[in-house]
Structure formats: structure tokens, C-alpha cells
Ligand binder design. Sequence first.
Ligand code: ADE
Ligand code: ZN
Length: 339
Amino acid sequence: MNSLAGFIAGIPKAELHLHIEGTLEPELMITLGKRNGVSLPFPDAETARKAYQFNDLQSFLDIYYQATAVLITEEDFYDLTIAYLTKAASQHVRHAEIFFDPQSHTNRGIAFETVIRGIERAVVEANSSLHISTKLIMCILRHLSEKEGLEIFEKALAWKQWIAGIGLDSSERGNPPEKFSTLFKKAHHEGFFTVAHAGEEGSAASVRKTLETLHVTRIDHGVHCMEDEELVAELVQKQIPLTVCPLSNVRLKVFETMKQHNLKAMLQKGVCITINSDDPAYFGGYVNENYLEAANALQLDRNDIIQLAQNSFIASSLSTVHKQLYLHEIERYSGNQSN
Ligand code: ADE
Ligand code: ZN
């Protein structure tokens, strides 16, 4: 391991853009398929991994939603979540804000309660045994109607004590943010933290419209903002964070190669950029691999890595006191590493 790889591996960091369904590794998918008697289009994990070749966001989402069919019981959601949190803790993720897509389960007849109880049990366990803090963000599927989104939102209110935020994911194309303006208004009214995917397959205009109509605190992806200088200036001035997912962007052909990724350029302009893994079981790496591949391709140095790790806590929904505690951890780590 070269020294930058070691530095990345050990630096305390937060992960803010992670779909729990996207952490379903092929091995666990096969195991759960057998356990629950669900037949899959893949005979084994190796074949599944080879089939993960995507042309764009939609070709990925088609496979991703198909794989969720193996998640049936509370135990399945627990197994999925504890596996992610164990991996994340091993990569020195100290805080994770985890997305979950309840509609992709309730629409298959799985109770909301089954999903959230399984996830929550893993989160509570990881908090004490792995020393990793967590917040849950419930994502609304934008390819479905706002009416359906509102139904799941109302259902989720019974579990509000376990849900910190509301997000918006799935197919950006053809599903503009304003479709969900009533839902996000309600989310703000209920005191939720809010985020939304924008500017992944959509343009800078989609990022702008998301900020104007949904008033979210963070933008997930947002990489197309660079098409609009005024928008970039606004992101910098208001310090609106972007949760960028480099490996996802390359695998879904948002950028042809990692060398073409614009995250360093955005960082240099002063945008609050964070690095995340999105759907690590599908895109070839967890958060440290995302840092490392971006660092190698874009020649990020130690100071860039420190900035990105600091940003990950600053952009989180943690309290100021908790942010400070984690920022001190980075300071101690960086100081020790330079001695
Ligand atoms: N759901 C899971 N991963 C996603 C992504 N990258 N974009 C939109 N929706 C998603
Ligand atoms: Zn995402």
C-alpha cells in the first residue's frame, strides 16, 4: 500500500450517500435467494458480478430493483445493514447517513415495519459494537407518483423517531423535482432533514430547480452543476454540499473515465464536495476505493483528502457538537500521520 492509500484507509470519515439496497453483495443475494426460495436470473455470485455492466442509470436501476426481491424478512434487512456497517467501520467510516427505498419493498408486499425494524436493529447494534453513528434517510422513488410517495411518507410518520431525513432517488430523467414539491413541503413541516438526487443524469438546470422547489440541504451527485457558472457560485456562497460518488459516475457513464471526473475542479472552486460509494456492491468499491481511485486519477494530495474528510462531517446532519468531535479526530489523525 502506498502512503496515500494508507492515509485514505485510516482517516476518519462520514459516508453521506449510500443506498442500503445497493450494498447487497452478490454472495448475500444468492444466500438470501436460497433462504427465501426466490429465484434469481444469476446462478451464482460470479455470474451476477459479470452481469453488472451498465450503459446508464436506468440499466443499473433495472437490475438493482430486481435484486431487492430476495429481501423478505426483518432478518434479511438486518443482515444487509450489519454487513454494510461492518465494512464501513473497517474503512474508518465514523458516521453513515443511510438511504433506504421502502417503496421498492412495500410494493412487493413487504411491510414497512419489517424493513425499518431490521435496519434499525443493525444500526443500534453497530452503534455500540462498531462505534459508528448512523442516521436513516428515507428515499422517495421519483419514477412513481407523488401520491404514492405521500402514502409512504404518511406511513413512515409512525416510525419518525428512527428516521432523520427524506430523500429523492431513482430515474431523474422525466421525473422533475417539482413533481414532489408538496411532499417535500410536508417533510420540512415535520422537521426532517432533506436531500435529493439531482444533476446525475440531469443537467445543471435540474440541480437549480431542485434547490428552488424542494429547498433541500444537500444535493446527491450534482456533478452537472459545472455547466452553469452562476449555480456553482451559489453552491460555493451558500456552501450547499454535493455528495459525489466517483465510481458510480464512471460505471454509469456520467464520465467516461475517472480522469475526466470533475470533482477536483469543483473542490478547487470551493464547492463543499464529499466522496461516497452510492451502491458499492454494484460499482466496484466502498468509500475508501472511491477516495483512492479518484485520488490516483486526479492526483489528489493529502490536503485534498483531509478537506474531503472534513467536508463529509461538515455536510452531515449531525449537531455542531458532534461535527466538532469528528473534526478533532481528523486533526489528531493528520497530526499523528505527519510526525
Ligand atoms: N438509487 C440507487 N442508486 C441510485 C443512483 N445512483 N441514482 C438514482 N437513484 C438511485
Ligand atoms: Zn444515489
